[in-house]
Design a protein around this ligand. Sequence first.
Ligand SMILES: NC(=O)C1=CN([C@@H]2O[C@H](COP(=O)(O)OP(=O)(O)OC[C@H]3O[C@@H](n4cnc5c(N)ncnc54)[C@H](OP(=O)(O)O)[C@@H]3O)[C@@H](O)[C@H]2O)C=CC1
Ligand SMILES: CC(=O)[C@@H](O)[C@H](O)COP(=O)(O)O
Ligand SMILES: [Mn+2]
Length: 358
Amino acid sequence: MKRVVILGSTGSIGTQALEVIRSHPQRFEVVGLSAGTNWAELAEQASSFSVADTALGADEAEQLVRDVDADVVLNGITGSVGLGPTLAALAAGRTLALANKESLIVGGDLVRRAAAPGQIVPVDSEHSAIAQSLRAGSGSEVRRLVLTASGGPFRGRTRASLATVTPEEALAHPTWKMGRVVTTNSATLMNKGLEVIEAHLLFDVAFENIDVTVHPQSIVHSMVEFVDGSTIAQASPPDMRLPISLGLDWPDRVPGVGVPLDWTTAQQWSFEPLDDAAFPAVELAKRVGLAGGTYPAVFNAANEQAVHAFHDRSIGFLDIVDIVQRVVDEHEPSSELSRESLADAEAWARRAADQLID
Ligand SMILES: NC(=O)C1=CN([C@@H]2O[C@H](COP(=O)(O)OP(=O)(O)OC[C@H]3O[C@@H](n4cnc5c(N)ncnc54)[C@H](OP(=O)(O)O)[C@@H]3O)[C@@H](O)[C@H]2O)C=CC1
Ligand SMILES: CC(=O)[C@@H](O)[C@H](O)COP(=O)(O)O
Ligand SMILES: [Mn+2]
């Protein structure tokens, strides 16, 4: 029986994790829940799962992780605000089932140094796919990682045609139902940029050996190419309950959690190159990841600011990545990597982005 704390329990990841747990009571027990501000839904969840320990906000979530004895902490918080809870889970020796990619990307080596081997289990579907594929070979046999991308709702569009798209259009993801920020990031391809950095940090593969291919069906969730030319991929219908259940019970698989593929439709799978001219976010992310230090924190913070401004209709869709690019270009990196230097870099980036937004 795995004792599980769910951070971000009221969100897309959190509610799906509760679905997995409810349907497998012999395997999992919820012992802690946290949300941002949605106290009513949090209270309902706590009552429904008989959970005594709950938290509101990132600081309380960080304390909950320290106080509650658990085997696994699922971090399903949105944004770099999840960094504190991520570090607390690692320090407490919990298995960290990580959906909150921003905490790893922003924390960088601060998070990597805090994690024991295998302590972080990726929940992000591409990184779960890579972790599953890596079981087919050893680390030294890996030549390349290939991240798949749906291409988002604007796949095939020219940059010029994207100037006037609306928040509603950006949220119409073709294959996944997710929270607002990650869905918007999928539309700008910032999500894929973030995921390239995430893959580098999780699997220690050089950026030059991490590629992106657009796969509109979101069935193949990513692939690993080995030195002998063999490529191992993980494929399943787009359903986050599968990577979530693996995050909770790694390396064991939870029977019946996902619906198998219907192979008679496999001929509809397609792959195509990413249009870097229309969607420059991935190339920018690789530069940011290579620079490291406080650059990823600035990259992500500027994006969080711009995404919120886009949804407030203060800026246009193309302004999001443009603002991120300009803030990154203005950044003077800190020489040290600490929670303080990261917080300072993020605060600077949010102010710089806000000046460009206003
Ligand atoms: N949804 C998906 O399918 C996927 C998501 N991810 C990643 O997982 C993470 C969560 O995404 P998703 O579930 O879609 O997001 P949602 O926006 O649906 O949920 C976010 C959760 O975090 C909570 N939260 C928000 N702000 C804070 C805060 N300041 N302190 C504490 N808790 C907070 C929210 O609480 P409240 O309800 O009170 O606002 C909510 O429970 C993201 O990093 C995303 O990139 C990765 C792959 C797939
Ligand atoms: C389900 C998941 O992991 C998301 O991060 C998803 O990858 C977003 O889809 P894109 O491939 O469009 O970014
Ligand atoms: Mn993903």
